[in-house]
Design a protein around this ligand. Structure first.
Ligand SMILES: Nc1ncnc2c1ncn2[C@@H]1O[C@H](COP(=O)(O)OP(=O)(O)O)[C@@H](O)[C@H]1O
Ligand SMILES: O=P(O)(O)OC[C@H](O)CO
Length: 572
């Protein structure tokens, strides 16, 4: 890379606040950030708390059936290696090499579940993504086992409602539906893990003694961990039918777990930090005091409120989760979390499914900015049900309020507003749980580069929105944790990273925003109860393709027969 390109890159990352290098070498920390749609590898200069180089690759996501989302576990590993190689290559331009990396941290999409064979290292099934809703009937089967089919029955122990979102349901589904998983379980070869476990096991040697571990933040998203003991809960494991031996050991978020031994460019580096990506952003934004909160806008959007060493139970639809535990002997810190399943994901839906935009980054702000309002259009992106505070797996996406005046500009703007209204839903719930409204909102995540979105967020919540200095606070957070564990990154050193670069102030009146919010709630009501678990003969994509390949006459006869048969069945 030419020197000019490096300068341009630095300018892009740091703006006018470019770090001044004095020629002395600093300790470097590597961070793997495995998101739902992208993998990144970032290298930080610990003493200066500066991002030095990074590389990112998009991931492929398969959708084999409606509501099913899968990732390739081997692609995740491959992409990490490619990103690491590329980032490390760039180090030479700064006078550094791989040997200057003193520790490695891993932050990851949470809940996404992988099953693999301890002896061959082969994944037994594609990774089931966090937002996959195939476990709908598994949820019903578990609900049938608890008093009053109460979805909040396990909240006191785990902090979580019974929902397809969490890993235990995905593990149960894998055991119920995938023969190789059942066989591996019977033969005691089965290992389960969230993505952090899969990455660490492979990096530390895989079949040759790889470490099967996870950290408290990831474990707290499985519905199998007890928030009090910070260990797998025997009753929960029994309820979901998951054997303790197939689960990873739960460790803190910052300690030296082991050394990379996979023959890759990362070989020999200590792994010393693991954090779920939303908890990691909380650390990266330096929200380390009780009462501090941040909202991260990526594929989903997640607002975490630090409650200190107390785990507070929400009565308004929020989750209780472990925020971090920065060392084996450090206390666990907890958070209340408002989880939104579809934020940036809605932009990709507008691009890939509805073809309303070509480029998520360029088009959404530009096109939505061409109209001054949504023209009373509301888009509830309940594409896989609704998460907090509703927890309704039967909700489905709707766009309502359409008129002959509506254009795609209004719909795109409504999709941006949906992220803001969902955030307001969470803020309302948090206010009820904590009794104290947030006076400002610290934000990060790639979507926050969208100025229009940020302004809408301030206008629709009525509080200032403070954009973080760098959008990827998740990578930074785990970099800090990893550096902290090896003693090269002190809290004070990254404090200035939490300094927002831009503040968006509300420009609307309370009456105006409350009227809009009331309309949003009406739209949400209309999205609920849409999906039913009752099986019906629906025209799926596959059936449509099959029918399209049959000649017209046969098709007519076929359809007529189906109609007659379904009428007979209906009358029974
Ligand atoms: N400028 C933007 N305006 C609106 N949405 C954006 C913008 N930039 C990115 N996004 C959306 O934000 C999400 C970014 O996700 P990404 O950072 O790749 O995270 P992850 O893979 O962890 O979910 C994508 O879904 C994308 O659609
Ligand atoms: O892909 P992201 O960054 O939206 O993160 C996903 C969350 O960790 C799911 O809980």
């Amino acid at each position: 890379m030419s020197f000019k390109r490096i300068l341009r890159r630095q300018k892009r990352i740091y703006g006018d606040e470019m770090p001044v290098r004095d020629g002395t070498k600093k300790s470097l920390i590597g961070a793997i950030d495995d998101g739902t749609k992208t993998v990144r590898f970032v290298i930080y200069e610990a003493e200066r708390s500066e991002e030095l180089v990074s590389h990112q690759l998009d991931k492929t996501e398969a959708q084999p059936q409606e509501g099913w989302y899968e990732q390739d576990p081997l692609e995740i590993l491959h992409n990490i290696k490619m990103c690491a190689e590329n980032a490390i290559d760039q180090l030479a331009e700064f006078g550094y090499s791989k040997d200057d990396i003193v520790a490695l941290g891993i932050t990851n999409q949470r809940e996404t579940t992988i099953a693999w064979d301890k002896f061959t290292g082969e994944p037994l099934h594609p990774a089931i993504s966090w937002n996959d809703i195939r476990t709908d009937s598994t949820v019903d089967a578990i609900l049938a086992k608890v008093p009053d089919r109460n979805k909040n029955y396990l909240k006191n122990i785990s902090g979580l409602p019974i929902s397809p979102y969490f890993s235990a349901l995905k593990m149960r589904w894998l055991k119920d539906n995938i023969k190789s998983v059942r066989r591996a379980s019977r033969d005691k070869r089965l290992l389960f893990g969230t993505v952090d476990s899969w990455i660490v096991w492979n990096l530390t040697g895989g079949v040759h003694g790889g470490l099967h571990i996870t950290d408290v933040t990831n474990a707290s998203r499985t519905l199998l961990m007890n928030l009090e003991t910070l260990n797998w809960d025997p009753m929960l494991c029994r309820l979901f039918g998951i054997h303790r031996e197939s689960l990873p050991q739960i460790r803190s978020s910052a300690e030296i777990y082991g050394i990379v031994k996979d023959g890759s460019i990362l070989d020999g580096i200590r792994i010393s930090g693991i954090l779920g990506n939303q908890q990691s952003a909380l650390v990266g934004q330096n929200c380390l005091q009780a009462g501090q909160a941040k909202n991260t806008y990526r594929t989903g959007c997640f607002l975490l409120y630090n409650t200190g060493t107390r785990h507070v139970q929400s009565t308004h639809g929020l989750l209780t989760t472990v925020a971090y535990k920065l060392g084996p002997n450090a206390p666990a810190v907890y958070a209340l979390e408002g989880s939104i399943a579809v934020a940036g994901g809605a932009m990709k839906f507008l691009r890939d499914n509805l073809k309303l935009i070509k480029d998520v980054t360029q088009d959404t702000e530009h096109i939505a900015g061409q109209v001054f309002s949504t023209g009373d259009v509301y888009f509830v992106p309940a594409l896989n049900g609704l998460y907090a505070p509703y927890w309704r797996k039967d909700a489905r996406g709707i766009i309502c309020g359409l008129t002959a005046f509506t254009t795609k500009n209004h719909i795109i703007r409504a999709a941006l507003e949906a992220v803001c209204f969902q955030t307001r839903d969470i803020l309302e719930a948090m206010n009820k749980d904590c009794g104290m409204p947030l006076s400002k909102l610290h934000v990060d995540g790639r979507m926050t580069s969208n100025d229009l979105l940020m302004q809408l967020q301030a206008d629709l919540t009525g509080i200032p929105v403070l954009r973080a200095q760098s959008w990827d606070m998740s990578a930074l957070g785990v970099g800090v944790a990893a550096g902290h564990a090896v003693g090269v990154w002190a809290v004070e050193r990254w404090r200035h990273h939490a300094t927002p670069t831009h503040t968006f102030l509300p420009t609307t009146t309370d009456d105006d925003r409350d009227a809009r919010y009331t309309k949003w709630k009406m739209a949400v009501q209309r999205s609920l109860g849409w999906a039913s678990t009752k099986k019906s003969i629906t025209m799926t994509e596959e059936r449509f393709k099959l029918l399209a390949s049959i000649p017209a006459t046969l098709y007519l006869i076929g359809s007529f027969t189906m109609l007659v048969v379904s009428n007979i069945l209906k009358d029974r």
